[in-house]
Design a protein around this ligand. Structure first.
Ligand SMILES: Cc1ncc(COP(=O)(O)O)c(C=O)c1O
Length: 450
């Protein structure tokens, strides 16, 4: 291993944060780097190992953010590092657009095997989540000959102009960028804590289905014009909201009845994060297209769009990418999938039960904890000013995130007022207990100060 190993599995802080070296980097960042990034607190990373991150001043943090749900196998897993190094020494790039290399097939076979559905599938490689979604938009239009698309309010599918047309997460993500794709319709997401129709807490999937059939299909767009419905089986950036399984099954039925493609955006919820390979599996649905990125290659930039082979009928030149599926990223992905299959998905399922149980105890004990939800290691806590009004408590959530950082725990927000926990899938019980304890202390302290 290059560099010194991080020799602790819980945080070790050296002094006030940010430290002197971190301050220097942040000052330079402010001068040189695009101000569009959204940093929640001043972490300046130097090295990572497992679930731990060391900053430039030698502080060590427990990482329950995982580079936005990316480093599924932890930071710099020796097997992933070895696969990258071996591949980099042999062939870094040749471009799958113009030439062949066996790793493209090796990973495709693995992805085909673990994605839902018995029909043969094909894989298109990308470099990111947004590109996987772009590819899905293009294939859906191409394969159906239809133009219209349906997505959900609160969804996040990426920031390039096509995927941004689907994204309906925060207005700031669209503001100032002019016209997006036309023919995109947004329907409410079945938020079980705040039903978009009644405002109350219940599995409101039936209301959404009724709205789709009675309002959207009757008044706005004929279903025969719709190419695809894009859904996150667990809405990620929107606030870690799992869709009710029955709702996903009903949606799949509607799609097959009208010849509409069901596209599952599993960019954040996929690759074992929810305790199964795909969040779609919790509902037993078989999407026509699955969009993948984030966890697939443990931090190397790789995405994939997996579709039924009979759908992927586009002609040479219709879609391609210079870098997508580059050999080094594919090597990282192959090692990642072995590790996930070799025990990390099972671990995610096991430790998440412990973590979620502990978090559920916060409802009732802390007046600002409105809801605790999620699947596997994709868990969210929604903060409210009080449980009766359920008024979103955005600033309070941010203060809790920041307080956790000062205790050595890295977490991120999701949506307006939810805090997400999406650690590497290898975290153990001790790390889960520490994270729960640090968060609970942070909630108590912030509530007391409020
Ligand atoms: C569900 C989902 N789709 C797409 C994206 C876009 O991925 P990327 O940032 O890699 O373009 C994200 C990113 O958070 C996501 O959560």
């Amino acid at each position: 291993m290059i560099g010194t190993a991080i020799d602790v599995k819980l945080p070790r802080l050296q002094g006030a944060l940010p430290g002197p070296k971190a301050k220097e980097v942040i000052a330079l960042d402010e001068r040189h780097i695009s101000p569009s990034y959204t940093r929640s607190y001043p972490l300046v990373a130097k090295r990572g190992q497992g679930a731990m991150i060391e900053d430039v001043d030698g502080n060590v943090f427990l990482d329950f953010a995982a580079g936005i749900a990316v480093v599924a196998t932890g930071h710099c897993h020796p097997k992933v590092v070895e696969a990258i190094q071996r591949q980099a020494a042999e062939l870094i790039h040749i471009s799958g657009t113009d030439f062949y290399y066996p790793q493209m097939i090796e990973l495709a076979e693995k992805l085909e095997r673990v994605t839902p559905g018995k029909e043969p599938k094909r894989v298109f490689y990308t470099n990111s989540g947004t590109e996987s979604v772009e590819a899905a938009i293009k294939l859906a239009r191409y394969a159906t000959g239809r133009e219209k698309l349906i997505a959900f309010q609160g969804c996040f599918h990426g920031r390039t102009m096509g995927s941004l047309s689907l994204t309906a997460s925060k207005a700031v993500q669209r503001k100032g960028f002019g016209s997006l794709l036309s023919g995109v319709f947004h329907i409410p997401y079945p938020n079980q804590y705040r039903c978009p129709f009644t405002g109350s807490s219940h599995a409101c999937g039936d209301d959404v289905i009724a709205h789709l059939e009675r309002v959207i299909f009757k008044k706005l767009v004929d279903p025969s014009d719709v190419a695809a419905i894009f859904v996150e089986p667990v809405q990620g950036e929107g606030g870690y909201l799992p869709a009710p399984p029955k709702f996903l099954r009903d949606l799949a039925d509607i799609c097959s009845r009208h010849g509409i493609l069901l596209v599952a955006d599993e960019v954040q919820s996929g690759m074992g994060r929810t305790g199964k390979w795909w969040a779609s599996e919790h509902a037993g649905i078989e999407p026509d297209i699955i969009c993948i990125a984030k966890g697939i290659a443990s931090g190397m930039p790789l995405g994939a769009m997996v579709a039924r082979a009979s759908l992927m009928n586009w002609k040479p030149g219709a879609h391609a990418s210079t870098f997508g599926g580059n050999p080094v990223c594919l090597a990282a992905a192959l090692a990642t999938m072995d590790l996930l299959e070799g025990g990390y998905i099972e671990n995610a399922r096991k430790v998440s039960e412990r973590l979620k149980k502990r978090m559920q105890g916060w409802i009732g004990r802390y007046r600002t904890v409105g809801d605790v939800r999620g699947l596997g290691l994709m868990l969210g806590v929604e903060f409210v000013t009080d449980r009766e009004s359920r008024e979103p408590a955005h600033d309070l959530r941010d203060r809790i995130v920041e307080r956790a950082f000062h205790k050595g725990l890295l977490v991120l927000g999701a949506g307006e007022n939810t805090l997400r926990l999406c650690p590497p899938l290898l975290v153990d019980e001790e790390q889960v207990d520490f994270a729960a304890g640090a968060l609970e202390e942070s909630i108590a302290e912030v509530e007391r100060a409020a």
